[in-house]
Write a protein that binds this ligand. Structure first.
Ligand code: NAD
Ligand code: LMR
Length: 328
C-alpha cells in the first residue's frame, strides 16, 4: 500500500500533480495539504473513478499531522513562484520558512518517508530540509530528493526539436548540478542515443535548457511559472521512486541529493567540492541505491559549465544551511 502526500496541493503545480497521482495505479492513498482549498481539491479529485482514496487537510485541527501520518512519499510544491524579473533566489525569503516548517512536520509524523522537494530555490531548500531532518535525528540522505526532473524533460524536448527526433522521450540527457540558470548543466555529450547538435546551435540549446524556466515565467507574464510541465516532471519522479520501492530495477533519474550520505556519492562530492549536487541516481527500495559519476567522460566545454555551476551552488547551499541552523 502506498500513501502519497502533496504539500501545497491547491497550487498551480499541486493540483495537476495531485490529479496525476490520483489516477496512478501505483498510489493507494493520497493526502493533500495546503493553507487554502485543499479539502475542495480533494473533494473534486475523489469523484474520479480510480482506486486511490483522497483526503484534504488545512492547517487547523492537526491538518499537517493527519496528512503526513503513514506517508510513504511526500512531494512538496508549497511556496510562491517567480514573476518576471525575479530569480529563484528571490523566493528564498518566503519559501525557506515554508519548507522548514513542512519538513519539521515530516520529521515528526513520517520520518521514514521519501521527501521530494519542488519548492524553489531548490539549490537552497534541499539543504534546509536536510538540516531540519538532521536536527531531528531522522536524516536519511537516500530519502531526500531535490526534484530537477523538469530540466531533464526540457533537455529531451529541446534536443528533439533541434535534431528532428519525433519522440523526445527516446532521448535521455543527463542534467547535473543544481536547479537555477547557470547551475543547471546539461551533459549533451553523454546523451543516449548520442546526438549531433550543429555547432551554431549548441550554445543556444544549452542556454535554453538552463533558462527554460524564465521562458515560461516571461510567457505567463506575472501569472506564475511552470506548473503543468512541472506536474508532469514531478509525477514522473514520484512514480520512479514508487516503482523502485516496489522492486523495479534499473530506474535512473537525475536528482539533487546530499552526496556524502548516499552510496557512491562521497567520491563525487570530493570531485565537485560541494555536498549537494544533482547527478543521475539509481533508485532502489530505500531511495538512492547509487549515485553515478559521469564526469570522467565529459568534454572541455562541459567542464567549464560545471565550474560556473559549482561556484553558484556553493553560495546557494551555504545560504540554506545557515538559514536552517539559525533560531526560527
Ligand atoms: P502556486 O502559488 O500556484 O502554489 C503554491 C501553493 O503553496 C499555494 O496553493 C499556496 O497556498 C501553498 N502554500 C503556501 N504556503 C504553504 C504552507 N505553509 N503549507 C502548505 N501550502 C502552502 O505556486 P506553483 O506555481 O505551484 O509553484 C510552487 C513552487 O514550485 C514555487 O516555489 C516554484 O518556484 C516551484 N517550482 C519548482 C520547479 C522545479 O523544477 N523544482 C518547477 C516549477 C516551479
Ligand atoms: C522552472 O524551472 O520552471 C521552475 O524552477 C520555476 C521557475 O521559477 O522558473
Amino acid at each position: 500500500m502506498v500513501k502519497a502526500v502533496v504539500l501545497g496541493a491547491a497550487g498551480g503545480i499541486g493540483q495537476p500533480l495531485s490529479l496525476l497521482l490520483k489516477v496512478s495505479p501505483l498510489v493507494d492513498e493520497l493526502a493533500l495539504y495546503d493553507v487554502v482549498n485543499s479539502p475542495g481539491v480533494a473533494a473534486d479529485l475523489s469523484h474520479i473513478s480510480s482506486p486511490a482514496k483522497v483526503t484534504g487537510y488545512l492547517p487547523k485541527d492537526d491538518g499537517l499531522k493527519n496528512t503526513l501520518e503513514g506517508a510513504d512519499v511526500v512531494v512538496i510544491p508549497a511556496g510562491i513562484p517567480r514573476k518576471p524579473g525575479m530569480t529563484r533566489d528571490d523566493l528564498f525569503k518566503i519559501n525557506a520558512g515554508i519548507v522548514r516548517d513542512l519538513v519539521t512536520g515530516v520529521a515528526k509524523y513520517c520520518p521514514k518517508a521519501f521527501v521530494l522537494i519542488i519548492s524553489n530555490p531548490v539549490n537552497s531548500t534541499v539543504p534546509i530540509a536536510a538540516e531540519i531532518l538532521k536536527a531531528n535525528n531522522v536524516f536519511d540522505p537516500s530519502r531526500l530528493f531535490g526534484v530537477t526532473t523538469l530540466d531533464v524533460v526540457r533537455a529531451s524536448t529541446f534536443v528533439a526539436e533541434i535534431t528532428g527526433v519525433e519522440d523526445s522521450r527516446t532521448i535521455v540527457v543527463p542534467v547535473v548540478g543544481g536547479h537555477s540558470g547557470d547551475t543547471i548543466v546539461p551533459l549533451l555529450s553523454l546523451a543516449k542515443p548520442s546526438v549531433s547538435i550543429p555547432a551554431d546551435k549548441l550554445d543556444g540549446l544549452v542556454n535554453r535548457i538552463q533558462f527554460g524556466g524564465d521562458e515560461v515565467v516571461k510567457a505567463k507574464d506575472g501569472a506564475g511559472s511552470a506548473t503543468l510541465s512541472m506536474a508532469f516532471a514531478g509525477f514522473r519522479f514520484a512514480e520512479a521512486v514508487i516503482k523502485a520501492v516496489r522492486g523495479e530495477k534499473g530506474i535512473v533519474e537525475p536528482s539533487y541529493v546530499y552526496l556524502p550520505g548516499v552510496p557512491g556519492g562521497e567520491e563525487i562530492a570530493k570531485a565537485v567540492g560541494v555536498d549537494f549536487f544533482a547527478v543521475p541516481v539509481e533508485l532502489g527500495p530505500n531511495g538512492v541505491a547509487k549515485a553515478t559519476n559521469p564526469f570522467g567522460l565529459i568534454n572541455e566545454a562541459e567542464k567549464k559549465l560545471l565550474e560556473v555551476a559549482i561556484k553558484g551552488l556553493k553560495t546557494n547551499i551555504d545560504k540554506g544551511v545557515e538559514f536552517a541552523s539559525a533560531e526560527p
